[in-house]
Ligand binder design. Structure first.
Ligand code: HEM
Length: 415
C-alpha cells in the first residue's frame, strides 16, 4: 500500500526533478559507501597480527623447537611476515623478511628500538648494559640505549658508510700487526707440517653438507697467493684487493646466519607495521635468518656459493653484500660490525694463506648445531696441514712479542 503511494507520488514529480532526485540518491549512496570503506580500513589497521593459538601458561613455546628461526620461517609462510605468538606471559611479535624488518627497524627505528624488561636482561651490568639496556626509546631521543654510552653523540662506530672507524678516528691496521688483529697466533702455530686431526668449529646447519668445498678453498688460496705473495702474511690493506675472500665471508655469514634472531627488541610507543597495530612495550623478535634465506632474494639460498656476491668483472657487489643481515639494522644494530668483518678477513686470509683444510673422511658431514643466541656447531674434526714452513708465523709472533715488551716498558717508564 505504502509502496503504491510512493510510486504514485514519484510519477507525479516532473521528469527533471525526478532525475535530480535519482542523482542525489546515487551520490548519497556513493558517499555512504566511501565512509563505510574508510571505517573498515581503519578497523583493519587496528588489528593485531595473526598467529597460532597460544596455549594456557606456555603459550607457543612448544612450537618453537630447537631451531626457533626455522619455526618462525615456517609460521611466516602460514601467517605472513608479521605474526604474533605468546611466550609465557609475553606477547611477542615476530618480524620476518627484509621488507617487514627494514620497515620496522629503519623507517620506524625509534619506535622499535627498545629492549624488553626481561629480568635476565636487567641482571646484565646492573641493567646498564649497552646491548640489553632498557633505558630510553623514542621519547628519549631515539636509540633506546643507555644515554651514558653516548648514543647519538658520534661515539658509535660501525655505521654503514663509516668503514672501519671508531669514534671518528680510523682504525690502524698495519701489516706487521696482522696477527695481533687476527688474535691468537698460537692457534695457527700449533699446526705441524704433518697431517693431524683437530677439533674446530664449523658451519652450523641442520642439513647435511657436501664434503667440504675444495674448489672454494683453492680459489681463495690462488687469490691470496697472487695478491699477497708467499713472502709475507696478508694484512688489512689487502682487503680491497681480495674480493673472492670477502665473497666467501659474506656467503659464510649469509649461509650460516649464525646470529639467526637479534637480541629481542621492544616497541617504545604504539605503532603500526604492515597494517597491524603493535602496542607500546610489545616484545619484538627479528628473524635475520629469514632475510638471508629468502628464495625471492637469493637464488638457491641453501647452496653455499661465494660467487653470488661477485659481478661479471670479479668485483664485490656491494648492493648484495649489504643485503646480508647478521649485524641487524637500525638503531640497535651491532656496533662491532666493521671490527668483526676486519677480524674475520684477517683470520680467514691468514688461515688459507698458511694452511690446507680437508674434511675428516671418517666423519659424517652433518651440520648439526646447538642453538643459543648464536648458532653453534656441534664439535667435529678436520685435517689441517701447513702449506709451507712456520717461518712467517714465527716472525710475526716474535715481532708481536717485541712490540708488547716495548709497550710495557714505555708504560712503566711513564708511571
Ligand atoms: C661477527 C660478529 C658479530 C655479530 C654477527 C654480531 C651481531 C650482533 C647482533 C645481531 C646484535 C643485535 C642487534 C639488535 O638487537 O638489533 C648485536 C648487538 C651488539 N653488538 Fe654485535 N655482533 C658481532 C660482534 C660484535 C663485536 C666485536 C662487538 C664489540 C666490539 C659487538 C658489540 C655489540 C653491541 C654493544 C651490541 C648492542 C647494540 C645495541 O643494543 O644497541 N658485536 N650484535
Amino acid at each position: 500500500m505504502a509502496l503504491e503511494r510512493l510510486g504514485e507520488a514519484l510519477r507525479s514529480i516532473p521528469p527533471l526533478q525526478s532525475s535530480l532526485l535519482l542523482l542525489l540518491c546515487l551520490l548519497t549512496a556513493i558517499h555512504l559507501g566511501k565512509l563505510l570503506l574508510q571505517q573498515r580500513r581503519r578497523q583493519g589497521q587496528r588489528r593485531a597480527p595473526p598467529g597460532p593459538f597460544p596455549w594456557p601458561l606456555i603459550g607457543n613455546a612448544a612450537q618453537l623447537g630447537s631451531a626457533p628461526h626455522l619455526s618462525f620461517a615456517r609460521l611466516a609462510s602460514t601467517y605472513g611476515a608479521v605474526f604474533q605468538i605468546r611466550l609465557g606471559r609475553w606477547p611477542v611479535v615476530v618480524l620476518n623478511g627484509e621488507r617487514a624488518i627494514r620497515q620496522a627497524l629503519i623507517r620506524q627505528g625509534a619506535a622499535f628500538a627498545g629492549r624488553p624488561p626481561f629480568p635476565s636482561f636487567q641482571l646484565v651490568s646492573g641493567g646498564l648494559s649497552l646491548a640489553f639496556g632498557v633505558v630510553g626509546g623514542a621519547e628519549a631521543g631515539g636509540g633506546g640505549a643507555p644515554p651514558a654510552l653516548g648514543r647519538g653523540t658520534g661515539v658509535r662506530p660501525g655505521r654503514r658508510g663509516d668503514s672501519a672507524s671508531l669514534g671518528g678516528s680510523p682504525l690502524k691496521w698495519r701489516c706487521p700487526d696482522t696477527i695481533a688483529a687476527g688474535k691468537n697466533p698460537s692457534a695457527v702455530k700449533a699446526g705441524p707440517k704433518e697431517r693431524r686431526n683437530r677439533s674446530v668449529r664449523g658451519e652450523p646447519r641442520e642439513r647435511r653438507c657436501r664434503r667440504g668445498y675444495p674448489n672454494v678453498q683453492a680459489k681463495m688460496q690462488e687469490e691470496v697467493d697472487r695478491i699477497v705473495g708467499r713472502d709475507r702474511l696478508p694484512c688489512a690493506e689487502d682487503q680491497p684487493h681480495l674480493p673472492y675472500i670477502m665473497a666467501f665471508l659474506y656467503e659464510s655469514m649469509r649461509f650460516s646466519s649464525f646470529v639467526p634472531v637479534t637480541i629481542p627488541h621492544a616497541t617504545t610507543t604504539n605503532t603500526f607495521i604492515m597494517g597491524y597495530l603493535i602496542p607500546k612495550d610489545t616484545v619484538i623478535f627479528v628473524n635475520q635468518w629469514s632475510v638471508n634465506h629468502d628464495p625471492a632474494k637469493w637464488s638457491n639460498p641453501e647452496d653455499f656459493d661465494p660467487t653470488r656476491f661477485l659481478d661479471d668483472n670479479g668485483f664485490i657487489n656491494k648492493d648484495l653484500t649489504s643485503s646480508v643481515m647478521i649485524f641487524s639494522v637500525g638503531k640497535r644494530r651491532c656496533i662491532g660490525e666493521e671490527l668483526s668483518k676486519m677480524q674475520l678477513f684477517l683470520f680467514t686470509s691468514i688461515l688459507v694463506h698458511q694452511c690446507n683444510f680437508t674434511a675428516n673422511p671418517n666423519e659424517d658431514p652433518k651440520m648439526d648445531f646447538i642453538y643459543g643466541l648464536t648458532i653453534k656447531p656441534k664439535p667435529f674434526t678436520l685435517n689441517v696441514t701447513l702449506r709451507d714452513t712456520m717461518d712467517l708465523l714465527d716472525q710475526a709472533v716474535q715481532r708481536l712479542q717485541a712490540e708488547k715488551a716495548a709497550n710495557e716498558n714505555q708504560l712503566s717508564a711513564n708511571t
